[in-house]
Design a protein around this ligand. Structure first.
Ligand SMILES: [Zn+2]
Length: 140
């Protein structure tokens, strides 16, 4: 079970480097109170086709780890998105989107748009910068 104090800088670094690890992390966080199918409300699931996705054993609807989270429909690797989300929640705007772009090897405008998505989410939740808000941002 995930504890909200568990995102140490070391863990964040590990997650930022590994797509499957971060998907598992998001799934654990998203379904921390147990899995409930969004389609039919059933609580039994089996593994889906993509890493850490879950498939309802009744209606067979599959939900990816990133569906209904801040990482929904992003067009670049989720571990890189996690890196941006972590840093924006922890450091605010201290890191420019040019720096993210250079460090992660993704388009600057892509970084800017994703950072904006996180910032909009943080604004809705109040100014608190912490692990707690990172968790809230991820889950939406
Ligand atoms: Zn279902």
């Amino acid at each position: 079970m995930l504890n909200k104090a568990d995102i140490t800088p070391q863990l964040a670094e590990e997650l930022s480097a590994d797509r499957e690890k971060v998907l598992k992390f998001i799934a654990d966080l998203k379904w921390r109170d147990g899995y409930v199918c969004r389609n039919c409300g059933h609580t039994n699931y089996c593994e889906g086709k993509t890493p850490s996705s879950r498939r309802c054993t009744r209606c067979k609807k599959e939900e990816s780890a990133t569906a209904n989270t801040i990482f929904h429909n992003i067009k670049f690797p989720v571990n890189k998105a996690f890196f941006i989300a972590y840093n924006v929640c922890m450091l605010g705007n201290d890191i420019s989107t040019y720096k993210y772009s250079e460090q992660l090897g993704i388009n600057q405008m892509t970084c800017w748009k994703f950072r904006k998505r996180i910032q909009d989410c943080l604004i809705k939740q109040g100014p608190e910068k912490s692990i707690v808000s990172l968790n809230k941002v991820i889950i939406l």
